[in-house]
Design a protein around this ligand. Structure first.
Ligand SMILES: NC(=O)c1ccc[n+]([C@@H]2O[C@H](COP(=O)([O-])OP(=O)(O)OC[C@H]3O[C@@H](n4cnc5c(N)ncnc54)[C@H](O)[C@@H]3O)[C@@H](O)[C@H]2O)c1
Length: 269
């Protein structure tokens, strides 16, 4: 297969969550494949550090302060992309926080805050990007979801799950509306990927590690770098007929029956 299929030279990619984790890893992979990148985050210092790494790779990296729960911030950022690049080829919506509380305790304000982050934020980014990509007749968008997009987590994930379920339906609707006009929209659903928050929870209670790993047949947590290949693939012409896809990145979690599956080492004939 020609490596040109994955070449992003001359393309402009925007990723939210640029300072850390999967956002940062995606940006580095996109820059390594030749894209110029826009780095959106509320952590200005972290985004600048990622931009510095990207400049060292020889690509252009523009950090932008953007709170993805603010439509004003998002619209201002796209205005800046218009001025600076005059095009947008790929957007990855990765950042987004949630309030975790039991369904009987969470307030409607907390549910709304979560939706502003995960649903309205992603939708506003898709709308701004989509308008420009439709005008250009080409583009690709990725909305990060979660296992919670299509299965229930419990443990206070009600607001997060409702929002992530909406993210997957948003992806299917936008793909259906836009793919005939050249704009592809896909989702990635990660299982547990090690980030500072998850690491802290594991360190505070080792049973959490065992419990989570029992749901991952591949036998390890995800690393932020696990998203690199998918980010480049979905941004590139290698995925030109892939749209509306909901892609697990989960070490086999979703393929496994939660209650009845046991590893081959446990099952004896
Ligand atoms: N890590 C996982 O296990 C996992 C699994 C499934 C889905 N997710 C989702 O993916 C997202 C990224 O996960 P990660 O592990 O890379 O996280 P991370 O904590 O390593 O990075 C998140 C980044 O988003 C930025 N951010 C937070 N709120 C923001 C906002 N309102 N506007 C702009 N930037 C903001 C943070 O400053 C940080 O740089 C999570 O927010 C989560 O919703 C994570």
């Amino acid at each position: 297969m020609s490596p040109d299929l994955f070449d992003l030279t001359g393309r402009v990619a925007l990723v939210s969550g640029a300072a850390s984790g999967m956002g940062k890893a995606s940006l580095i992979a996109l820059a390594e494949a030749g894209a110029s990148v826009v780095l959106a985050d509320i952590d200005d210092e972290g985004a600048q550090a990622t931009a510095t790494e990207i400049e060292l790779l020889g690509s252009k990296g523009v950090p932008v302060h953007c709170d993805i729960s603010s439509p004003e911030d998002i619209r201002a950022m796209f205005g800046r992309i218009d001025d600076e690049f005059g095009r947008i080829d790929f957007v990855a919506n990765i950042a987004g926080e949630a309030v975790r509380k039991k369904p009987e305790d969470i307030s409607l304000d907390e549910v709304e805050w979560t939706w502003r982050n995960l649903v309205y934020g992603r939708f506003c980014m898709c709308q701004e990007a989509g308008r420009r990509m439709l005008a250009a007749g080409k583009g690709s968008i990725v909305n990060l979801g979660s296992l919670a997009s299509i299965t229930a987590m419990g443990r206070g994930h009600i607001a997060y799950s409702m929002a992530m379920g909406a993210v997957v339906q948003m992806t299917r609707e936008l793909s259906t509306e836009w793919s005939g006009r050249g704009v592809r929209v896909n989702s990635i659903l990660p299982a547990q990927v090690l980030n500072p928050g998850l690491q802290e929870r594991i360190d505070s209670d080792p049973r959490i590690k065992e419990r989570f790993l029992s749901g991952i047949p591949a036998g390890r947590f995800g690393s932020p770098d696990d998203i690199k290949g998918l980010a480049v693939f979905l941004a590139s012409d290698a995925s030109s007929w892939i749209t509306g896809a909901i892609i697990p990145m989960d070490g086999g979690n979703l393929a496994m029956n939660a209650g009845g599956s046991v590893g081959s080492e446990v099952f004896k004939e």
